[in-house]
Structure formats: structure tokens, C-alpha cells
Design a protein around this ligand. Sequence first.
Ligand code: BG6
Length: 465
Amino acid sequence: MVKYEFPKDFWWGSAASGPQTEGVYDGDGKGESLWDFWYQTEPEKFFNQVGPEKTSRFYQKYAEDIQLMKETGHTSYRTSIQWSRLIPNGTGEVNPQAVEFYNKVIDELIANDIEPFINLYHFDIPMALQREGGWLNRKTVDAYVVFAKTCFELFGDRVKKWFTHNEPIVPVEAGYLYQFHYPNEINLRHAVQVGFHELLSSAKAIEAYHAMKLDGEIGIILNLTPSYPRDETNPADVKAAAIADAFFNRSFLDPSVKGTFPTELVEILKEIDHLPIYEADDLETIANNTVDILGINYYQPRRIKAKETPIDGTHGPMPDDYFDNYEMPGRKMNIYRGWEIYEKGIYDILTNVRENYGNIRCYISENGMGVENEERFINEAGQVEDDYRIDFVKDHLRYVHQAIQEGSNVQGYHMWTCMDNWSWANAYKNRYGFISVNLDKEGERTIKKSGHWFKQMTEAHGFDD
Ligand code: BG6
């Protein structure tokens, strides 16, 4: 028997976000976010036309939910403060009901010995700012810094773990390259500018946080997708994989942790005349304000081969001009989400961070498995028997454990997610939670088998095989 034992102070918990859990209620003072707007204008783009309004109802049920977190072994929990709830127009007036709500959530978590990890931006720009260009417009950077400072002032006495952005590459890819988030553009120039502004806003928020000398730390959460070449002995495949890595991982990882941009990426963007517009001292701001801690979201690897298909120039240059995605024969798939499951990827990321990023303190901020139609697995007691999720977590934790044995500074593991929540355009198609949510019964919660297992496992600080 092998024992996978984790440090006693390892953070165990889950992650979620404001827009995916809270809901929207008459009279709550919340302003319109990009998601509220997009759903109202094109509801057919959302699975079963389910929008962000009611869904998980964390706004009403947070106290009950925090008890369920305890019952599922959480010692920490990440959510985000919705910018459009706190500052409904993106700039200006603060919504007092939002302050009250987030205060209650934070206090309730702490009262239950669950450490709040608070993220500031999870794909949810206030629509008033999006109407003026969103992250394309530099004014959004300034507005974001005011929002960030407001959060630090209001909640920084109790919140000790802050994150500037969750997966900042996603608004770039989804909104400006591959059309799965509003505004659904295909425009590399815009994509680069959006990414640069997000990054600059992160550095400026870090600068502001450190200047306030609060007793806590601040980082960023990145979805890292290790890029594996089809054939490691083929230099063209290896080069293509390195370029994909520069576009999708190192674009945020390098500046966030080291304060510099990857040379390969800068050279490509320079060559095609797509460098972002920036001001004289921006690069210094980025260089001087790197993260204290790194959150790593890991779901899937990226498999790459040298470009074989013709370049499609319809929309101008694209990252895909430099590589093709490779469907590795025999790969293990999560068929519901269409993502490859490759457990060793989590170890490869942690090793890369240890060897090439100064072994910065980090934690697994998301990992998880979305499964469709989990009602199939409900037993007579009304519980979802999600053994596949337990296996998924164990299979990844074994590699996290190995990384720790080899010296990785990884300090926790957060599952995506606590209770089934609203997955953007996929709405409630795939369920990710330790706790099921019944949409037909006002969001009734039931702990799944994995939730009970997680409690046992975290109390034992690991598991035996
Ligand atoms: C991460 C995001 O990319 O993965 C979450 O931080 C998201 O917001 C999660 O919900 C799962 O992905 P999806 O697209 O299935 O919801």
C-alpha cells in the first residue's frame, strides 16, 4: 500500500466565481455585466437557454453553502467579487448592498475556519465599460485599479489571499480569437491589446496592494496548458510547441512571475507588426510588480505539431499560423467537455515552475471534471455516485504529491468546483461540483459521493492506495 500524505497545513478546498454562483435579484443593486448583456441579447447561445440570473443562488444561500463546504472538508474557498455588483457602472458609486453581501460571505467563511481566497476578475467586465471598448480601452485599466483598491480597502483587513485575475488568457482567446465569449471577434491585434491591458492592470493592482501594506499576499491565477510536441525528436514539432507555449502560457506566466515577456512571442508580434500600444513606463510597472503567489488551473494539455494545414488568412494573422493542434491517438478524453485528461501534466507544470520560475509559492487553484447528465448516477438515497470524480482527483493528487517530494512549493489544491455552477455558454450542461444543485427545486443541494470522500481525505491529510 502506498500512502499519499500531504502537509498538515495544505490548503484544501474549491474554487468558484461570483458570476457563476451568485445569481441576480431584483433590487440587489447589481449592474449589468458582459454576461447579463450577452444572455439577454442572444439567449440561444447558452445551453438550454439557461442564463446567469438564478442558477446556484449563492447570493441567497451562502450561509447554507458555507456549512456544506465544512461538510465537504474545505479549509479554504475561492470566489470572486463581481465588479458589476460592487461598482455597478464599472466606475463611480459603490453598491452598499454588495458591500454588505461580500462582508457577510467573508465573515461567515472565517467564522467557519475556511480561509477566503478572493479573486477580482473572472471574465466579467461591467457592460458600461465593455460599451466603451472593454479591455481594448486603456481606461478600463484605470477603472480596474480603482475597483481593486476599493476591494482592498473594504475587505483587506480580513482577506489575506488576493488574486488579480482568473485565467486572463481566456478573455483574449474567447472574446478576440476563437469566438466563444462576447464580443466574439477574430482579431489578433485586439487580442494582444486586451491581453496587455489585463496584464498591466494586474501589475498596477499588485503595486497598489503592496503600497497599502496590508498583512496578506497577492497573486494571479493562470490556466497552464503544457504544450507537448507530437514528436520530441522532430525539431519542427518542438519549435511549434514552444510557440504555442509562448502564446498561451508564457504570455502571462513570464511577466506575472518574472516581470518579462517571452522573447519568441515578442519577436513574432514585432515581425507581423502586432505589438500592443503601451506607454513609456508600462514595462517598468510590469517588471517591478510581480506576484507573491501563483494559482495554477490545470485541466488539459495542449498537443502540438508543426504547421501542416494551409494558413487561413481570412482574419489576418492568428497564433495558429505557427502550429497545428495534434490529436494524439489513444488519448484519454473527458468526452462531455471534449478535453483530454492527462494527469501527469499537473506534475510537469509544477516541475517547470520549480525549475524555471524560482519555485514560486503556488497552489492548484482549479482542477476538475465536468460531466453531463449526472442524474444517471443518482442512487436510492438521492446522492450522485461520482466515483469517476474521486478517481480524477486521486489521479492528479498522486502527481502533486510526487512534485512535493521533489521540492515543489505547491501549497494547496482547489477543486473546480464546490457546488455545480453556471459554466458560461455551457450553462448547466456539465456538472463539476462536490455538491449537486437541482435547478428544478430552487437550487436544492445534495453532497455527492466525491464531497464525502473529499472530507475524509482532507481530514486524513491524504489517502492510501
Ligand atoms: C475554468 C474557469 O476555465 O474552467 C471556470 O476558471 C470554468 O470559470 C471552468 O467554469 C470549467 O470550464 P467550463 O468552460 O466547462 O465551465
